[in-house]
Design a protein around this ligand. Sequence first.
Ligand SMILES: *[C@@H]1O[C@H](CO)[C@@H](O)[C@H](O)[C@H]1NC(C)=O
Ligand SMILES: *[C@@H]1O[C@H](CO)[C@@H](O)[C@H](O)[C@H]1NC(C)=O
Ligand SMILES: *[C@@H]1O[C@H](CO)[C@@H](O)[C@H](O)[C@H]1NC(C)=O
Ligand SMILES: *[C@@H]1O[C@H](CO)[C@@H](O)[C@H](O)[C@H]1NC(C)=O
Ligand SMILES: *[C@@H]1O[C@H](CO)[C@@H](O)[C@H](O)[C@H]1NC(C)=O
Ligand SMILES: *[C@@H]1O[C@H](CO)[C@@H](O)[C@H](O)[C@H]1NC(C)=O
Length: 293
Amino acid sequence: MRAFNIVTLAISAVLSAKAARIESCTEPNTIALTFDDGPYEFTNELMDTLKAHNIHATFFVNAYNYWKDFPENKEKQQVWVRAKKEGHQIASHTWDHTIPDDDKELEEKMKKLDDLVEANTGYRPKYVRAPLGACNPECVDRFEKLGYKVIQWDTDTHDWDVEKDDDDQVIPESKDKRVAAAKEFLKGEFDQKKSNYMILMHDVYNHTVSEIVPWIIENNPFKDYKYVTVAECLGDYSISVNDTTANNSTDRSLVTGNSTDAQNLTANGAITNQMFSFSMMITFLFGFLYFLF
Ligand SMILES: *[C@@H]1O[C@H](CO)[C@@H](O)[C@H](O)[C@H]1NC(C)=O
Ligand SMILES: *[C@@H]1O[C@H](CO)[C@@H](O)[C@H](O)[C@H]1NC(C)=O
Ligand SMILES: *[C@@H]1O[C@H](CO)[C@@H](O)[C@H](O)[C@H]1NC(C)=O
Ligand SMILES: *[C@@H]1O[C@H](CO)[C@@H](O)[C@H](O)[C@H]1NC(C)=O
Ligand SMILES: *[C@@H]1O[C@H](CO)[C@@H](O)[C@H](O)[C@H]1NC(C)=O
Ligand SMILES: *[C@@H]1O[C@H](CO)[C@@H](O)[C@H](O)[C@H]1NC(C)=O
């Protein structure tokens, strides 16, 4: 009976292991370039660069952040239409770069962003990255209950870590130091030939778009790695070098499709919770039996 109990405990531990933040890709030989906080005035130029090299990236977007008129500005929203068309993945970074404490408010604001993404791309984000990556297990749980996978990173370029002047402009000397440091850091990372990389950057900085990304493209071992979206690097969308549908942006975005799918996702989340309760019940049952005998 003791052995039984241990087995049951182990099973329930597995079932109840609340998935934590996802820090890394799982597919070998992949690099996922990820960009937070946009869209902004540099996003189109970034997509020009990515397109020239047939690279698909992931944008963790806000609706209300750098561009305050974005939610109403259909012209600016074209940046998402283009991103989808060119095979990038759009993921959530919350509506306005905040995580409300109130569950109801969180759900409403997440829905608001997803609605806007869906209106421009036809699909709803399934992945979220917390603003500043600040998400403890309780926060991860809140996002997972809403059906999202919570994505972190394993390679931080620190491109955000620059000094700004009173007009909120990046100070040139600070920028140069930061770019040099980012290159040196990335060189060290690529030299280690890790299995994969999930790289954190921000498309709201000129230096990221005009200096760091071009450097990555020129200096990383292209032949050994594939640049893919987060969904792809996690194996949620199977990639094959020879896949003739590989340029099909609809497939590549690989998120939840649309509202219908989104509802199903939530339903799936509920199933997980039922499994959790079931495993807890079994654990208590066996624990009780163990106590009796
Ligand atoms: C962005 O950086 C490039 C290269 O340093 C520079 O030529 C360009 O003027 C900058 N653009 C803006 C809007 O600051
Ligand atoms: C892709 O095609 C090449 C040449 O046809 C072949 O050598 C390689 O094994 C294929 N790769 C995959 C993943 O199928
Ligand atoms: C995808 O598109 C790029 C250029 O846009 C092209 O070089 C590549 O061969 C295409 N791949 C497939 C599998 O069609
Ligand atoms: C691309 O994906 C869409 C939607 O899944 C599908 O209808 C279309 O046939 C695909 N195109 C190619 C070239 O595979
Ligand atoms: C939503 O997705 C489902 C299944 O993927 C599809 O049958 C349906 O047509 C889609 N609806 C819209 C509005 O795209
Ligand atoms: C949603 O789930 C229901 C029940 O599991 C299923 O019948 C339906 O086909 C699913 N819809 C989509 C769009 O996947």
